[in-house]
Design a protein around this ligand. Sequence first.
Ligand SMILES: *Cc1c(COP(=O)(O)O)cnc(C)c1O
Length: 219
Amino acid sequence: MGLSDIQERVEKEAVRVGRDPKAAQLIAVSKVQPNARVAQVLREGHRVFGENRIQEAAGKWPAFKEEFSGVELHLIGPMQSNKVRQAMDLFDVIHTVDRPKIAQAIARIKNETGSCPRLYIQVNTGAEPQKAGALPDEADAFIDMCKELGLPLEGLMCIPPSDQDPSAHFALLADIAKRNGLDGLSMGMSGDFEQAIAHGATYVRVGSAIFGERTYEIM
Ligand SMILES: *Cc1c(COP(=O)(O)O)cnc(C)c1O
C-alpha cells in the first residue's frame, strides 16, 4: 500500500456511496514515522498531515513547512491546557477539543491574537474511561458552549472502541453533528476508513496504511 492506493480507495468509496470523489479528505497520519518516509509522501504531492503529539510535531514540521509549501497540519491527539497556545500556533486544524477548560483557553487566545485553527470536538462515542472526548449525552451542551464562545467549530471527531464494529460509532457521530448543524466529520483510520466514508466522513485519518506499521505506538 501507499499514498496513491489509499487516495484511490478513498475516492472510490465516496463515489460508491454516491458522494463527490473529493468529499472525504485524506489526512496522512505521520506520527512516529521516520522523516524520510514523511518527506517521500510530501514529494508525492500530499499536503495534509496529522500528528497526535504537539511536542513531536513541533520538532519536525517547521522544517518540512519551510521546504514544502501549502502544508496543512492537523492535531489529532489530546491537548493539555498549558499547551493550547503552542498547538494553536503550530496546527491549522485541531480535532481534539474535548472539554470546557480547553475551549475557554482557545477562546482566550483567539480573542488575544485574532486567529484560531479550525476546530473539531472529540466525542467519546464508546464512553470509554481511558479515552478523551465529550460523552455523547454531553455533546450538545458542549457544542453550544463552543458556539457561544465564538469558536470556529467545523465538526466532530471520534475514535471508536477498538473491539467493536465502528459503524455504530460513525453513525452516532454523524447523528450528533447533523442535529447540531455541523458539516465536518473526522472519522475512520487505516482499518475502517471506507466504512467511515459510507457514514459521511469528511476527513479520514490514515497512518499505517500509507506509511507502513509504526515501530512503536503512541495513543
Ligand atoms: C494514530 C492515529 C490514527 C491513524 O491510525 P492508523 O491505524 O495507523 O491509520 C488516526 N487517528 C488518531 C487519533 C490516531 O492517533
